[in-house]
Design a protein around this ligand. Structure first.
Ligand SMILES: *Cc1c(COP(=O)(O)O)cnc(C)c1O
Length: 372
């Protein structure tokens, strides 16, 4: 029995040609034509933005937060249910992460719970478009406008996902993407911040390159980072950005195929697509109903025995030892995030997944549930 992996990259198109050009020409580090071309291609795909490429999605979040120039102790609102990169970026910028629970069906931050978290110290909000489904942005942008808050979107899982016809990442003040190998568009490792704001663009480019100044090289007035993307990474990234529409179509077909086979299964909650949303199904997550007598960890073990690889859901930020050890989130509870962390996992969702493999995964899922 061959194992079905959770996610394998599918790197085709011009990737080999572009990488060969880097190697043959010697442009292998952070100068060369592909960096600018990738920034341009990705930012315009997002809708009239300008892009600043960096070497990971985490780096993108970090310089986006740094570009806000927060006063120490400024609060940034983000969902508990996300990857730790979000909280790391807030803390690295001198901010204090303030959490909001997620919705039970989209698994994105519950916009109705944001207002009560706004204080006189709040400076920004970081919505995260979870597993390819956009967060409900209109009410969030309204709150941000009303209180003068910056909005930094984490769109690392939602390349090409749409909110009311607008691509995510281009709705807030800045949008952050990851191009890690398991993302919908990859550059191996990589990331990008997209924005329309000229001041941010300049600041982001400065921060990613050690805050070099143009007036006197090697004289620095601020501490920056080396988050530069290489031309080699950008060569792969550009080739994959050229294929993004195809990748999205494959993911959406996968979402439909799983939905058709598991839609009648009352013991599972499946991904949803709000009527204002275009979900790009980065990962096909499922959550076990209360009637299932085991948790996601045991479910994963039983699927593994059938040759099906899965991954657990995120563990909420308020349950992270490293953050609690810093005195954060004392006595706080986010029940939806806690529940899905224990009851959720994602099924094989790679771009190379075949219809037959989806069939096999669904048969295994149903069989494991029936034997519960
Ligand atoms: C993958 C991911 C990141 C981090 O991206 P890296 O390129 O791995 O640093 C950030 N946010 C979310 C929501 C992600 O899924």
């Amino acid at each position: 029995m061959t194992k079905i992996p959770v996610n394998e990259p599918m790197i085709g198109g011009n990737a080999v040609k572009y990488v060969a050009e880097c190697v043959k020409s010697g442009w292998v580090s952070s100068e060369g034509r592909f960096i600018g071309e990738f920034e341009e291609a990705w930012a315009s795909f997002c809708g009239g933005q300008t892009g600043v490429a960096v070497n990971s999605g985490t780096a993108a979040l970090e310089i986006a937060m740094a570009a806000l120039e927060l006063e120490p102790g400024s609060e940034v609102i983000l969902p508990s249910y996300t990857i730790i990169s979000c909280a790391m970026a807030v803390i690295a910028a001198g901010g204090v992460p303030v959490l909001v629970d997620c919705e039970a069906d989209t698994w994105c931050m519950d916009v109705n719970a944001v207002a009560e978290k706004i204080t006189s110290r709040t400076r920004a909000i970081m919505p995260v478009h979870i597993f390819g489904h956009p967060m409900d942005m209109d009410p969030l942008m309204e709150l941000a406008d009303k209180h003068g808050l910056a909005v930094i979107e984490d769109a690392a899982e939602a390349h090409g996902a749409e909110y009311k016809g607008k691509r995510v990442g281009a709705i807030g003040d800045m949008g952050c993407f990851s191009f890690y190998a398991n993302k919908i568009v990859t550059s191996g490792e990589g990331g990008m911040v997209v924005t329309r704001d000229g001041t941010y663009i300049e600041r982001l480019a400065y921060l990613r390159n050690m805050c070099f100044r143009s007036d006197r090289r090697f004289r620095h007035t601020e501490l920056g980072r080396n988050f530069r993307m290489t031309n080699l990474q950008a060569a792969i990234g550009l080739s994959q950005a050229e294929a993004v529409e195809n990748h999205i179509e494959i993911k959406r077909r996968m979402g439909t195929a799983y939905g058709e086979r598991l839609g009648d299964e009352p013991r599972l909650a499946l991904p949803v697509e709000r009527d204002w949303a275009k979900n790009v199904y980065w990962m096909y997550g499922i959550v076990l109903g209360d009637e299932v007598p085991f948790d996601a960890e045991e479910f994963a073990r039983r699927l593994e025995a059938q040759g099906i690889a899965t991954r657990p859901f995120f563990l909420g930020m308020h349950e992270q030892p490293v953050l609690r050890d810093r005195g954060l989130f004392k006595g706080e509870s986010y029940p939806v995030s806690e529940r899905i962390a224990r009851r959720g996992l994602y099924l094989p969702s790679g771009l190379t997944l075949t219809e037959e493999q989806i069939e096999r995964v669904c048969e295994a899922v149903t069989a494991v549930l029936d034997r519960a």
